[in-house]
Structures are given as C-alpha cells and as structure tokens.
Design a protein. Structure first.
Ligand SMILES: Nc1ncnc2c1ncn2[C@@H]1O[C@H](COP(=O)(O)OP(=O)(O)OP(=O)(O)O)[C@@H](O)[C@H]1O
Ligand SMILES: [Mg+2]
Length: 433
C-alpha cells in the first residue's frame, strides 16, 4: 500500500476507534464463530471413523456426535448474528460521524470554496462517497476478522494433523494473494476515477436544474446535453472497467485454491492408502483445505471493496481537510450598542488576483445617515455588502463599525447588527410550490 492510502486508512481507523468496545465484541464473536467452524469438521471426521464397514457402524457414538454438531452449528449462527449486528452499528455510527464532520466543515468554509467548487460535487462527496465507503467498511469489518482468525486457526489444526500436507497448502496459497494484490492496485485507481466522474455528473445535473431558466433563455440545451453525454460516457466506462477488474479477483484466486484442494486430495489419498492417515482424518483435512482458502477468497473480495471504500473516504477527507475561514478573534470587540457609524478606509478587494475589482475605496458614513450605493451592473455593489457582512475579508485597508475593525468582531455579532434583504430570498419564494 502506498503512503496516501495508508493515511486514509489511519483516519478511517481513528474514526472507528471511538467504538472500541463494539469492535472488541465483534472480534470476540469472530474468534468464537471461527473456532466453532473449525471444530465442526473434526466432529464430522470422527463420525466418519465410526463408520468402518457393513454392520460395523457405531450408531450410539454417531448420534452423540450429531447432537454435538447441531449445538455447535446453532452457537456459530448466534455468534455470527451478533457479529453482523455489532458491525452494522459500528459502520453506521462511523458514517454518521464522518458526515457530521463534513457538514460542520461546510458551515465554516470560506465563501471562495463555494465559488470554486460546484455544489453537486460537494453533495456527491458527502452522500454518494460516504455511502460507498460505508459499504466497504461493513464488508471489511465482517469478513476481515473472521478471515484472519480462520486462517490462523486452520493452520494450527492442519499442522497438528499432518505437517507435510499442511506445508503444501501453506506454500501454494500465497500465489492467490499475489494475484489478488495485483488486481487490487489496478482497481483502486479505477474506483478513484469512477468517484470523480460521479461527482462531475452530480455537479452538472445540479447546476443545470438550478439554472434551468438561464439554460432555456439562452437555448443552451444542446450544449448541456453534449457535456452530460461526455461525462455519462466516462462514468459508464470507468465503472465498467473498475467492476471488471475487481471481479477478476475472485475467479483468479479460486483457480489457485482449487489447485491446492486437488494437491491435498492427492497427497492425502496416498497417505490413507499407506496407512498414515485415517479416512476420517482425510475428511477433516479436505474441509480444512477449503476452509483455509475460503477466507483468502473473501479477503481478496474485501480488499477490492476496501479499495473502493478508501478511494471514496479519501474524497470525503479532502473536503473535511479544506482550509476553514479565519477563526473569530479570541477577545472580540463588543458592539452591543450600534448607532450606525461606518468607516471604510483604503479598501482593496478582488475575487481573483488577476481581476482587480474594488480599489482604494473610502467611505465615511455617520450614524443615522442614509447611503445608497448605485452603479452599473457588475461594478461591485453586492460585493461591497458582502465585505460589510464579512462574507469575504478585504485584501487591503479596513472596514470599521463604531470605530471597531470588523475583523475584531465575532462574525455572529457583526451579522446580527445588520438587516439584509437578499434578492435570492424573493426568487426562492417565487419558486416554491
Ligand atoms: N463569487 C464570485 N467570484 C468571482 N467573481 C465574482 C463573484 N461574485 C461576483 N463576481 C464578479 O465581481 C464583479 C462585481 O459583482 P457584484 O455582484 O458585486 O456586482 P453588482 O454591482 O452587485 O452587480 P448587479 O447590479 O448586477 O447586482 C462582477 O464582475 C462579478 O462577475
Ligand atoms: Mg448585485
């Protein structure tokens, strides 16, 4: 794994760490269910050894084994139920926390973030990406633990039963891991592209619906459609490729695992004939060989799913990591008494460096004075109001209210001191059904 992915994983784990107790329960259930799953073949093997030949079947002992088996299976099922319940709980709480952080971040992002990022893209990150990330996380939690525990447990049992055959299994299985790793690396990048394309599409749809009047007024439908088709095509292609590559994992690892199974059957069969192993022993071994390779299949599936989850998590974390607006000062000035005196001194401001807008603006407004700001469209009237309300900070100079620099006042206090009627408020009312 490369460094970037490691960091994303660390952050996901940091979120999960709040639910340590639940994770502990989940791991405990994983250990129990894996242990019991490993015990079942031993029971079956013993039962087989009680069937020696015609009229040489020990029914009393077999019945006892069957009853034990039923109990073992029931307890395993209960453990698995508790485990998936707990895992669901962990996942959805983590998702809730990530969304809370992302949403809180949006509240304190500077306005220029909104100017430079389409709304739909941000929506897609908080909604779609977090969902994908939850799916991956859920699969990961459920299968990774059980997988690892099963592998370790089976290894111990197999070496105990027959070191030689166990060695065959151990040597051959890593091949399937190598195959899985190769495919996983490839699909991480494809999933990342898929997430970008999805965000682009949401952004376009959102922008288009929001501004449908403008689109129609300028007969821009065809251009929009063309743009949409391009993104839609890109999304379809990357999704197809990503899914194709990730679905290769399972069949490829399965081939390797079936070869392992065949080898165990061959060597085990020979051991039975030479008398080194009982038929029941071989039965146990064959179940272990499948049980040992199965988690490898599942883990490789989990790995691809986790790749997708991590790619999506990364895009949410980028949002959470965006630089917030300059925080309010520690000792804010008190403006409880507002008379209406405003001083604007040598103010420079522009949205983008290369397009100067307001330069060296000076205003001296006395308390109670009425001022109208008039000018051609695009001259900066709304911008000036935005500066007064501190939606943006001035580049140079200062704005003072009652002699106090607005940067020394809490944003909340400053904005409460104003009465503002937005053009958009009226438009939204108009749009409401
Ligand atoms: N968020 C923004 N990012 C970049 N440029 C912007 C942004 N908002 C406005 N501008 C640009 O800044 C200039 C001033 O815009 P502003 O909205 O202040 O004009 P205005 O005087 O209120 O015009 P109108 O009379 O149409 O309301 C315009 O050229 C506009 O395109
Ligand atoms: Mg305006």
């Amino acid at each position: 794994m490369n460094k970037k992915k490691d960091q994303t994983l660390k952050r996901v784990l940091a979120y999960a760490a709040h639910y340590r107790f639940l994770i502990f329960i989940s791991m405990l259930m994983a250990v129990c269910s894996a242990g019991l799953t490993l015990y079942a073949p031993v029971l079956a093997g013993n039962a087989v050894d009680y069937i020696i030949g015609p009229s040489e079947v020990d029914f009393a002992k077999i019945t006892r084994i069957l009853v034990t088996m039923a109990i073992v299976v029931a307890i395993t099922a209960l453990c698995q139920f508790i485990m998936s319940w707990v895992n669901n709980k962990i996942t959805f709480q983590v998702v809730r926390d990530v969304r809370t952080d992302a949403f809180n971040k949006i509240q304190i992002l500077p306005f220029n973030f909104l100017d430079t990022h389409p709304t739909g893209e941000t929506v897609s990150r908080i909604i779609a990406d977090v969902d994908q990330f939850a799916d991956g996380l859920l699969m990961g939690f459920t299968q990774l633990f059980t997988g690892i525990v099963t592998i370790v447990g089976t290894l111990i049992f197999m070496f105990y039963l027959s070191g030689r055959i166990a060695l065959i299994v151990v040597i051959l299985t890593p091949v399937s891991l190598l195959v899985a790793k190769f495919i996983a690396t490839k699909s991480f990048n494809l999933f990342r592209e898929q997430s970008t394309a999805r965000a682009d599409q949401t952004a376009l749809v959102e922008e288009m619906i929001d501004n449908l009047r403008v689109v129609k007024a300028f007969s821009h439908e065809d251009e929009n459609l063309e743009k949409f088709d391009e993104i839609n095509e890109r999304l379809a292609n990357t999704s197809l490729k990503a899914t194709f590559f990730s679905s290769l994992t399972n069949p490829s690892t399965r081939v390797v695992n079936n070869i392992v199974y065949a080898c165990v059957a061959l060597v085990g069969g020979i051991s039975c004939i030479t008398g080194n192993m009982t038929v029941g022993g071989l039965t146990i071994f064959l179940s272990y060989a499948t049980q040992y390779t199965k988690p490898f299949n599942e883990i490789s599936g989990v790995v691809t799913e986790l790749q997708n989850a991590l790619a999506c998590a990364k895009s949410v974390f980028t949002l959470i990591d965006e630089e917030a607006q300059v925080p309010d000062v520690d000792n804010p000035a008190d403006i409880s008494e507002i008379l209406g005196k405003i001083d604007v001194e040598n103010v420079d401001f522009s949205y983008t460096k290369d397009k100067p807008l307001i330069e060296n603006l000076n205003l001296d407004i006395k308390a109670g004075q009425r001022v109208a700001i008039v000018g051609p469209t695009g001259c900066g009237k709304s911008t000036f109001i935005g500066l007064l309300m501190r939606f943006y900070d001035v580049d140079e100079g200062s704005i003072k209210i009652e002699g106090k620099d607005i940067r020394d006042i809490r944003r909340h206090d400053l904005r409460s001191a104003f009465g503002m009627v937005l053009q958009e408020t009226w438009l939204k009312r108009y749009n409401q059904r």
